[in-house]
Design a protein around this ligand. Structure first.
Ligand SMILES: Cc1cc2nc3c(=O)[nH]c(=O)nc-3n(C[C@H](O)[C@H](O)[C@H](O)COP(=O)(O)OP(=O)(O)OC[C@H]3O[C@@H](n4cnc5c(N)ncnc54)[C@H](O)[C@@H]3O)c2cc1C
Length: 450
């Protein structure tokens, strides 16, 4: 017997659960289908576990450097078992809370693999098979780690970001293939707790989506943590020796480590039966959508990593809101992807919103830059965090085009930077609390006006 719903959401990651909640809060009868754990990659093996491990690594770094604050801590040690247990507890608590909220919102959770047989029918396979009749479908099936064909994941020596978050011991050495934000964040965790970390990046800079000054400054700071950063090096071969693996580079260099973390991006994932049955138009591996998050099949929407627009949890939230509203007949459109903030939780943190200098140059936009530095900021110095810089870009008319930041806690002032883009309020009239790191943002904003 099939059950009837207004909207069926496939996938319970940030895209799926936030779409389901918005729909339910607006009165729709919603089915949420999940084949693994509620919360998707973000909660179970992405944003939250990585930030939890980074928090432990940060505390350890503080303990090691405590004497700079006049605090003597003799020989601080990492209890890795507790670090991992804490990470599990944080995830578990959040998952329990989210599941209760979903249930309290009267959303029906279906556990199992869901696929669409038509735009109005979803089949759930698993321990509790089900047939769902639905008016609308939202596909939020996310992504998986990209595998390199000659470096197959074995879950032990050659691992993805999923396994690295649950290692039972601190490895002596680790090569991270790929210097994107995930590789760099995890590199900071393991370098801090004593692993000999080497990042190998094929492009000229790590964090290649950021401006060169960010990559250069981040490289210098990561090196201070003990990381080796090799750029312009392409891995062409891999020999898995069981307890370690050897990687060969195009230039003939051979590197060996106990763990190889392959972090070369995410691969959009959608069930092939859904694609075939709905005859979805694809853009490579991504489901093709318009600015209302509509797919080529009427009444079917797609959001989050599976559409490949941002590969960020908050990008998925934004798209979820748009898709949910349209599914309810409330017109909503995605406005500007450049206004989706970018946050990288490395040591130091990196954040940006709007256009950066590279994008302005590529688009031939004339811009001026206001800069301000952490070394002159009271709060940053009080925290022994003198390294950092904020740059504000404006066009000829004075409009703020973008803000790029590197330094302690900059991810926390990113929302303020975003809120300032497009406002007409004079910066002089906005009072920033003192002493706060956000004052560096104010100085850069003021510096960009003359
Ligand atoms: C290590 C790491 C750190 C990250 N850190 C950040 C960060 O700090 N900030 C940030 O914004 N982003 C971060 N991300 C990216 C973020 O996790 C993703 O962008 C986000 O999870 C995408 O959400 P989603 O809803 O599209 O899909 P996902 O979170 O991938 O969820 C998709 C869900 O769909 C389910 N599913 C798939 N197919 C089916 C099916 N046929 N039937 C039933 N269920 C199905 C899957 O099991 C999964 O639970 C990180 C990613 C990683 C790997």
């Amino acid at each position: 017997m099939s059950e009837k719903f207004d909207v069926t959401v496939i996938g319970s990651g940030p895209g799926g659960y936030s779409a389901a909640l918005r729909l339910a809060h607006k009165g729709a009868k919603v089915a949420l289908v999940e084949k693994a754990a509620i919360g998707g990659v973000c909660l179970n093996c992405g944003c939250i576990p990585s930030k939890t491990l980074l928090a432990s690594a940060h505390v350890f770094n503080l303990a090691k450097n405590a004497s700079a604050f006049g605090i003597e801590i003799e020989n601080p040690k990492v209890n890795w078992e507790k670090v991992i247990a804490r990470k599990e507890a944080v995830i578990g608590g959040l998952r329990k809370g989210l599941t209760s909220y979903i249930n309290a919102s009267k959303i029906k959770i279906f556990e199992g693999r869901g696929f669409a047989v038509s735009a109005n029918k979803v089949i759930v396979e698993g321990n509790a098979p089900a047939e769902i009749e639905t008016s609308k479908i939202i596909i939020a099936s996310g992504s998986t780690s990209t595998e390199i064909p000659f470096m197959k994941f074995d879950g032990k020596t050659i691992i993805s970001s999923t396994e690295v978050l649950s290692l039972s011991e601190i490895p002596k050495s680790m090569i991270i293939v790929g210097g994107g934000f995930i590789g760099c964040e995890l590199g900071c965790v393991f370098a801090s707790v004593g692993t000999k970390v080497t990042i190998v990046e094929a492009l000229a800079n790590i964090l290649p989506l950021e401006d060169e000054w960010i990559s250069k400054l981040a490289t210098r700071e990561f090196q201070k943590l003990g990381m080796q950063i090799l750029t312009g090096k392409k891995v062409v071969g891999c020999e898995n020796l069981g307890s370690s693996a050897k990687l060969s580079m195009e230039d003939g260099t051979i590197l060996e480590a106990e763990k190889i973390l392959v972090s070369v991006g995410r691969r959009a994932y959608c069930d092939q039966e859904t694609i075939d049955n709905l005859k979805l138009e694809m853009n490579g591996r991504h489901i093709k959508i318009n600015d209302k998050m509509e797919t080529s099949a009427a009444g079917v929407y797609a959001i989050g990593d599976v559409v490949g627009t941002t590969y960020l949890a908050h990008g998925a939230y934004y798209e979820a809101q748009t898709a949910a509203d349209n599914a309810l007949g409330i017109e909503a459109r995605i406005k500007d992807y450049t206004l989706i903030p970018r946050a990288i939780y490395t040591f130091p943190e990196i954040a940006g919103v709007g256009l950066n200098e590279t994008k302005c140059k590529q688009q031939g936009i004339e811009y001026s830059v206001g800069k301000s530095f952490f070394k002159a900021n009271g709060r940053a110095l009080a925290h022994n965090e003198p390294i950092g810089e904020i740059r504000v870009l404006r066009d000829k008319s004075g409009k703020i085009l973008g803000v790029t930041m590197l330094g302690d806690t900059v991810t926390e002032i990113l929302a303020a930077a975003r809120a300032l883009i497009g406002t007409n309020e004079k910066i002089e009239d906005i009072v920033f609390a003192h002493p706060t790191v956000s004052e560096v943002l104010k100085e850069a904003l003021l510096g960009s006006t003359h």
